[in-house]
Design a protein around this ligand. Structure first.
Ligand code: DGY
Length: 337
């Protein structure tokens, strides 16, 4: 039997590529900093059995319909809002993601952003490098205390739990809002469940960790910001479209909230002249929640393992639409179409 054909949309760490190459013939989009153009992606999809994608690759449902050999899309991300999962399922294409391996790293960044915004680190650095540091005075760059404050976590999944454990070390009171109650989180870190509105009213820090879905798109708008404290810090490390950015800008300039820290934006890369980036009380990072060397290796390895398992007749470790595996074409020996 010929080897499965695979396309990888960016360079990935060598050990992960080696996992793919042992079982498959691989082609890799070689331009590390350049997005694989849609026409290349569509063309490759029509040819291959497996596709390894990044969160930045937006897959068109029509490309799946036009990909007769495609069996699996392994997304190197925990989020999979870039993949039309319903279309994939309809065409018997398995989708996988990389949950679990990036929780602690992403929680580190979420916490770093919260601290940076609360203590005005970005403003502090700019004050120094722009030669505006005139000396010490009592109100100079005063911020908000993180220790002993109230943290509201919206979307209490694995990353939320990792953030909550860090918050305990800062003696924070922890509130959470989630689709379902999390008795385990309540027992482990003493987190208290709140409706979204109550969480927004009571929290000093609001941290958003929900996946992007039709329900969460635009979840934070003018109404939500108006419920928050004027001293509140808003932190988003999930997906940009969860937030109405114009409403956030308005809340920041009118003093409805105190500051924001953002790792994600509605459009990425965000334009340097985006209004939010002109505000001194906005701390921004370029979607680097999971960006540690070790975690990116773990993500690439898990994505490669998912892809190879799917193409060699084994159950992938982390499928998104496992119901596909019950279809007749996935039963029996091997899975290469
Ligand atoms: C994820 O895993 O969903 C991240 O946002 C991509 O780094």
């Amino acid at each position: 039997m010929s080897r499965p054909q695979v396309f990888v949309t960016r360079r990935i760490p060598a050990p992960a590529l080696a996992i793919l190459e042992e079982a498959c013939d691989c082609r890799v989009w070689e331009y590390e900093e350049e997005l694989c153009p849609p026409e290349v992606l569509a063309r490759e999809m029509a040819r291959v059995h497996g596709l390894l994608t990044m969160a930045t690759d937006r897959i068109d449902p029509a490309w799946i319909a036009a990909a007769p050999r495609l069996r699996v899309i392994a997304n190197m991300a925990v989020g999979y809002d870039n993949i039309p999962v319903q279309a994939a399922t309809e065409h018997g294409v398995l989708v996988t993601n990389t949950p679990g391996v990036l929780d602690e790293t992403t929680a580190d960044l979420a916490f770093a952003l919260m601290l940076a915004a609360a203590r005005r680190l970005y403003e502090g650095q700019r004050t120094i490098v722009e030669g505006r540091w005139k000396g010490w005075y009592p109100s100079f760059l005063t911020g908000q205390d993180v220790h002993s404050a109230t943290l509201g976590i919206v979307g209490a999944g694995r990353i939320g739990r990792a953030v909550a454990r860090r918050a305990r070390g800062f003696d924070m009171r922890i509130l959470y809002h989630n689709r379902r109650r999390r008795p385990d989180l309540e027992a482990e870190v003493g987190a208290e469940y709140r409706s979204l509105d109550d969480l927004l009213r009571e929290s000093d820090f609001v941290m958003v960790l929900v996946p992007l879905t039709p329900e969460t798109r635009g979840m934070f708008g003018a109404r939500e910001f108006s419920l928050m404290k004027p001293t509140a810090v808003f932190v988003n490390v999930s997906r940009g479209p969860v937030v109405d950015e114009a409403a956030l800008y308005d809340a920041l300039v009118t003093g409805k909230i105190w500051a924001a820290a953002l790792d994600v934006f509605s459009e990425e890369p965000v334009r340097p002249d985006h209004p939010l980036l002109s505000l001194p009380n906005v701390t921004a990072t370029p979607h680097i929640g999971s960006a540690s060397v070790a975690t990116r290796l773990r993500m690439a390895t898990l994505a490669a393992e998912n892809l190879v398992a799917a193409l060699t007749g084994r159950r992938p470790p982390t499928p998104v639409n496992p119901e596909v595996l019950d279809r007749p074409e996935w039963q029996g020996e091997g899975s290469q179409g």
